[in-house]
Design a protein around this ligand. Structure first.
Ligand SMILES: Cc1cc2nc3c(=O)[nH]c(=O)nc-3n(C[C@H](O)[C@H](O)[C@H](O)COP(=O)(O)OP(=O)(O)OC[C@H]3O[C@@H](n4cnc5c(N)ncnc54)[C@H](O)[C@@H]3O)c2cc1C
Length: 651
């Protein structure tokens, strides 16, 4: 088929009908109905103690998979108790129940055990795997192993890790600086050498399908590729932009202009914090509207919304347009947590395990649950398999109960003097109770008011304030990448298409994990999608994106991804019907913690921001999770866990 016709390719030509039979069975055991097709929709693991239960290997719609959120939504909608009946009393009692098995919840259990090594702890999570956003995706092409992160990607933060967060990593055996140096030594990027980044301009957004290979310095998107010796003028001449738009992009990228003459640096920063980057481009740089689609989604990866909903000051100086503005170095109060941190001097960590921070979650589980995973080091953990049948074992001091959604946490008696909390969780349409001397809520802020309705009204309002950022991390297993190699590209960014681009994953070599990177070998291709609704406030865009994600079946992702492959690398010989082996969409309708956005949010006095009001202890219940910091970073999730445990111990 001629690649020019690909955008009208039929489902069959794209391979929508392709079954992947070898995925039907893992270790000879069926892994759940519906998992037979390529990344069949809603693949969900069965019971944890069944042989072959191994959620990292599931493909299809993962992340917040079907089955993980229905109980919480029924609770929100007031229908849960109508169908659940009287809760079954498990008669289980614990020193601590942790709600949420993400890094914050696992860290809370770890800190509590340091305080009381014989403590009995139950961690309850609604997903079929632990780790929360720190999710591991595994693929087994030709009997090999390819790993990637389904969510939380790297040990990095806008600020230095605190002593607490760094200390936890050290105790687990994770030294990000050493691991980074080791992985640099082991890295073999020979196969990627000389490959460039390409940009695909799609017909629907830019008027015609056109692939432009190479990118000028400073035009970065995607995961890199070698810098191209091309100027903006040369590159723009190959694009479908009009002469006016080309000149606008060139001067935006290259010219040093002060677009706010006569203002001091502080005045400019204040103004830039009150206008979106889109407004800055249109009204200060005065680019033509035709330019906007090229930049619109550039902020999606970090903020989950486009440049219409991100302040211009947030992206200074990473994005073009500020090079002649004479802004004094340093942050201002009207910056998000992320942007503020970028301006603070630090010794940053930047280490990426092959499965992202799922490695941290796995090492926490290894430390908490005896026999759950072999080995002792960060290096040996990467290829080790978790034995899920050990997670919720009655003999273990720490138990992790998956596929269970907490629907109520209520003090037995008066919260001010009570010594016990009853926790109710829903699983398989039934409700169950357990009791604990204390509870750490390491789940998502906006669910807490439904679980603890007796919280003060002001605290509930504060907990409901932030709207988590919806987004998807997508991994596609392909049989080979000879098409990319032939075309001389390492990835294609797609500023107008359904997903943000198709980029070859460069694995982090560590321990025994050293996949052989060669064009004829299988590899993972990464992309993402951040649904939002330009024109609304950031929080309303996130609400709209959340609804869109939950309403979108896997087949829509699959069709779009196949089409994207055909149109971008089809000309190099890539055949989506033949070459795509599996697709995993890690869907996170409630993704990043909401960071304050000063286009809409006020400057709260210290102690008065919603996350500070929301995280106040309530009797024997305390609140952790990255939402409690209004900051979507692993160190924040750990720090909040430490605070929540400290509050509980001293209550
Ligand atoms: C796609 C993505 C990429 C990211 N990348 C990075 C990165 O590179 N570096 C970084 O530092 N941070 C990153 N983050 C931020 C990440 O959220 C934090 O780093 C950290 O993993 C958050 O941990 P947590 O335990 O606070 O929350 P979560 O990981 O969200 O865990 C909370 C858990 O509680 C569960 N839960 C919610 N309600 C209930 C209930 N009622 N009952 C039972 N369980 C419940 C949730 O389903 C979830 O499993 C990323 C986040 C996302 C979504």
């Amino acid at each position: 088929m001629d690649h020019r016709d690909r955008h009208s390719a039929s489902d069959r030509e794209l391979g929508m009908d392709r079954p992947i039979t070898r995925r039907d069975f893992l270790n000879g055991v069926a892994i759940g109905a519906g998992a037979a097709l390529i990344g069949a929709p809603n693949a969900r693991a069965a019971a944890e103690d069944e042989p072959g239960y191994y959620p990292p290997l599931l493909t299809g719609m993962r992340g917040s998979h079907d089955g993980s959120y229905e109980v919480a939504h029924a609770l929100r909608d007031g229908t849960f108790w109508k169908t659940a009946g009287t809760p079954v009393n498990t008669r289980e009692t614990y020193d601590l129940v942790v709600v949420g098995g993400g890094i914050s919840g696992l860290a809370a259990a770890y800190f509590y055990r340091k305080h009381n090594p014989s403590a009995r702890i139950l961690i309850i999570d609604n997903h079929d795997d632990f780790g929360g956003h720190a999710k591991r995706n595994e693929f087994r092409p030709r009997g090999g192993l390819l790993l990637t992160n389904g969510g939380t990607m790297s040990i990095e933060s806008p600020f230095d890790y605190s002593d607490v967060a760094r200390g936890l990593l050290t105790e687990l055996g994770i030294d990000p600086v050493k691991l980074e140096a080791e992985s640099e030594k082991l890295a073999d990027r020979t196969a990627f050498q000389g490959l460039q980044q390409a940009t695909f301009f799609d017909k629907e957004t830019f008027g015609e399908d056109r692939l432009v290979i190479g990118i000028p310095a400073g035009g970065g998107r995607g995961r890199g590729g070698d810098a191209s010796p091309v100027t903006w003028r040369e590159w723009l001449a190959k694009t479908p932009f009009s002469a006016q738009a080309r000149e606008d992009i060139r001067r935006l990228q290259e010219d040093k202009v002060d677009y706010m003459p006569g203002m001091t640096s502080d005045e400019k920063k204040d103004k830039l914090s009150r206008v979106s980057y889109k407004d800055f481009l249109l009204n200060y740089v005065k680019v033509s509207p035709e330019v906007i689609p090229y930049y619109q989604k550039r902020t999606h990866g970090l903020y989950g919304v486009g440049i219409d909903a991100v302040g211009a000051l947030e992206v200074w100086p990473r994005y073009p347009g500020f090079q002649g503005m004479n802004l004094a170095p340093g942050p201002t109060k009207r910056m998000s947590f992320t942007a503020y941190g970028e301006h603070v001097p630090k010794k940053p960590y930047d280490y990426h395990f092959p499965d992202g921070n799922a490695s941290i979650a796995r090492m926490l589980v290894r430390a908490l649950v005896p026999g759950s995973m072999p080995g002792h080091t960060a290096e040996d953990s990467v290829t080790a398999q978790v034995d899920y049948s050990k997670l919720d074992h009655p003999d273990s001091h720490v138990r992790i109960r998956l596929s269970s959604t907490v629907v109520a946490a209520k003090h037995v008696g008066n919260p001010a003097s009570s010594k016990e909390v009853e926790v109710v969780y829903g699983r398989d349409k039934k409700a169950y109770t357990v009791r604990a001397k204390g509870v750490v809520m390491a789940n998502w802020n906006m669910t807490i008011p439904y679980i603890i309705p007796e919280l003060p009204a002001k605290q509930k309002e504060a907990l409901l304030y932030g709207v988590k950022v919806p987004l998807c991390y997508i991994a596609i297993e392909v049989a080979n990448w000879t098409a990319f190699h032939k075309m001389g590209i390492r990835g294609v960014s797609c500023p107008g298409m359904y997903t943000q681009g198709l980029n070859l994953e460069a694995p982090t070599n560590i321990g025994d994990y050293r996949p052989k990177i060669a064009p004829e070998n299988p590899i993972l291709v990464r992309t993402g999608r951040e649904p939002c609704k330009p024109g609304l406030s950031a929080r309303d865009q996130q609400r709209a994106g959340h609804a869109e994600l939950l309403a979108t079946p896997f087949s829509v992702f699959e069709r779009n991804i196949r089409d994207q492959f055909a149109r971008t690398v089809g000309q190099g010989g890539f055949d989506p019907a033949r070459d795509i082996l599996a697709i995993t969409v890690n869907r996170w309708p409630h993704g990043y913690a909401y960071e304050y956005n000063y286009l809409w949010d006020p400057e709260w006095p210290k102690g008065q921001s919603p996350c500070e009001i929301g995280r106040q202890p309530f009797g024997r219940i305390t609140i952790a999770n990255s939402d409690a910091a209004a900051a979507a970073y692993t160190d924040q999730a750990i720090d909040q866990a430490y605070r929540a445990v400290s509050e509980l111990i001293s209550a």
